[in-house]
Design a protein around this ligand. Structure first.
Ligand code: NAP
Length: 264
């Protein structure tokens, strides 16, 4: 088994990373940063986002496993004192594979169309104040948005930025994307739906800003300043991220323990 390892870079994550490598070597697992079968992230959900972006070109060929140094996360299902068990399972057990949808984001300028994948979400904001952008759904005009920004999330990203915007939490077995508004302006002149919208796999949305506008395009933890954007097309991607599961990690248990607590 060939594995790649990425840690958050803090002292605890680095120590755990060294511990993992020692345990893995004793079990005959081989480090391989070029063509791994398994990608391990040690840190938090943010570290798994970084691991995804490092290996997104091989997303159809790798499985991910996350170790959390704090509370269990949404992507990281192993805790810091469980590394010996995790290595034992990787060396001896056949995991089952769980796949979560991703978003494909096509950014259209006069010069090119560039595609990206996001695990949590795509976000759009204006550098100078209010964002003004048209939203089309399946090539039909839907609304003209004015406000702080627009966030389009995956089901597994629905517990991240989307949740802070009042979006619904979507189970990652559903192939969908969710569009949520960031502080839209709604008065006699400007009007948007005001609720978040969930689109199925065979639908897409186009966001059309003013090409003169300076924008911030966010893809998970990455932010790109851009101008000259004619359109941004978001849809459920054909590829999915795959997690190797060595024991159950039910989504609704994670939601409950993250947002409600086990005492309730
Ligand atoms: P960060 O600001 O360092 O971390 C943001 C927090 O979001 C961390 O606690 C992280 O968990 C958590 N998180 C990441 N993915 C999640 C998910 N799918 N469900 C629930 N929580 C999640 O930024 P980062 O570590 O680079 O992560 C970027 C993510 O932050 C974005 O993709 C976005 O979802 C989220 N974000 C949220 C807001 C907001 O809620 N207002 C604003 C901007 C960005 P860990 O501590 O386990 O890493």
């Amino acid at each position: 088994m060939k594995y790649a390892l990425l840690d958050r870079g803090d002292r605890l994550s680095r120590e755990l990373s060294e511990q993992f490598q020692t345990l893995a070597a004793a079990r005959g697992l081989t480090p391989d940063d070029t063509a791994p079968e398994l990608v391990l992230s040690i840190g938090g959900d943010g570290t798994l986002l970084q691991a995804f972006h490092r290996f997104k070109d091989r997303v159809d060929d790798v499985s991910f496993v996350g170790v959390h140094t704090g509370h269990l996360g949404f992507y990281a299902d192993w805790q810091k004192d469980e590394l010996p068990t995790l290595v034992e399972f990787i060396a001896t057990k056949q995991p089952w594979k769980v796949s979560y949808p991703l978003i494909q984001i096509d950014i259209v300028t006069d010069a090119s169309t560039v595609s990206h994948l996001a695990l949590n979400e795509f976000s759009l904001k204006s550098v100078d104040g209010t964002l003004v952008a048209g939203i089309n759904i399946n090539d039909e005009p839907f609304e003209m948005f004015r406000g702080d920004g627009i966030v389009v999330s995956t089901p597994s990203g629905s517990t991240g930025y989307n949740k802070s915007l009042g979006g619904a939490i979507i189970h990652p077995s559903l192939e969908a994307i969710q569009i949520a508004e960031l502080a839209s302006i709604n008065n006699r002149v400007y009007r948007t739906l005001g609720s978040s919208i969930v689109l199925p796999k065979h639908h897409h949305c186009d966001i059309t800003p003013d090409p003169e506008e300076q924008l911030y395009l966010g893809i998970d933890h990455l932010v790109m300043p851009m101008t000259g954007v004619r359109s941004i097309i978001c849809r459920v991607a054909e590829s999915k991220i795959t997690f190797a599961r060595y024991r159950p990690f039910p989504f609704w248990n994670r939601v409950r323990s993250a947002f409600i607590g086990s005492e309730n």
